[in-house]
Design a protein around this ligand. Sequence first.
Ligand SMILES: Cc1cc2nc3c(=O)[nH]c(=O)nc-3n(C[C@H](O)[C@H](O)[C@H](O)COP(=O)(O)O)c2cc1C
Length: 316
Amino acid sequence: MNIWQELEKPFLILAPMEGVTDLAFRQVISRAGRPDLFYTEFTNVSSYASEKGRHNALERLTITESDKPIIAQIWGKNPDHFSELSHALESLGFAGVDLNFGCPDKHVNKAGGGAAMIKTPELAVDCYRKVKSATNLPVSIKTRLGFTYVDEYKTWLPTLLADHPAALTVHLRTRKEMSKVAAHYELIPEILKMRAELSPETKLIINGDIKDRAAALALHAQYPEIDGFMIGRGVFANPFCFTDHVATRDELMELLNLHLDLYEEQMNLHGLPYEPLKHYYKIYINNFPGASDLRARLMETHSVAEAREVLREHSA
Ligand SMILES: Cc1cc2nc3c(=O)[nH]c(=O)nc-3n(C[C@H](O)[C@H](O)[C@H](O)COP(=O)(O)O)c2cc1C
């Protein structure tokens, strides 16, 4: 049994988010209320293939017991590099490997990866097959409906399903739509039909605008054939979104303190800069009197120690 066969339907997943779902943040979400499955941020296969990039790639792929089971997400366009990294993932404790065929980032697409794969389906299939033969881990795919037009899903998704991936996550938008329009829930019945006809064993995961567990369960009540739901930006509004719990201000502060501790550990271990941590402060500090002042003061800090001091003064 692989992880996709073990998960009970409907399962919930924290979406891979570059610059967000790093090791520290996954542990924070795990403490708040864990999803059934985590994904790493995406790692570039060619970076791993180069002597210079390998160390960095492996650092991004550090996991702990508290974020298992976890899937490693990878991207690139070189089939041999896909193969090399997938092979290495097997011994790193991952439950599976996911191919990113949906990222809309300009640099990623220019390099032929992410959503650009939708325009080169033969290459996408080649990469998938190379990964399949390089690892015993289950191989899944995360993608969008199309690159430019919504209708592209009519050929793109069958192309992917023909190779029977273990799971397919569909972010219900095109690359061109970015996240600017509502997710195309109206296409769910058609996509479920494709899956049933072409690859009934593939788990189908729906992604896009699902803000929390309640929203996922409501969608599942409407479409019980969907296997799982992936939540991305919902964690920004509510880090407890995988539970039905309504967090108190104290609980959010506790989470923030935990995040400071965990991130500081990573700073010490890997020499990470402090600045990226500031992006997270708005997750924990909002919706109470004085929140915007406190946030503004935290944004002026230059170290975890300074941030702790500001929080101490605030609670005194
Ligand atoms: C900051 C940010 C970073 C992201 N990075 C990735 C990534 O590394 N891999 C990926 O497959 N999708 C990435 N995504 C897309 C999300 O996984 C998800 O598909 C998208 O946010 C839609 O889901 P949502 O409406 O629940 O947020 C990213 C999204 C955001 C907002």
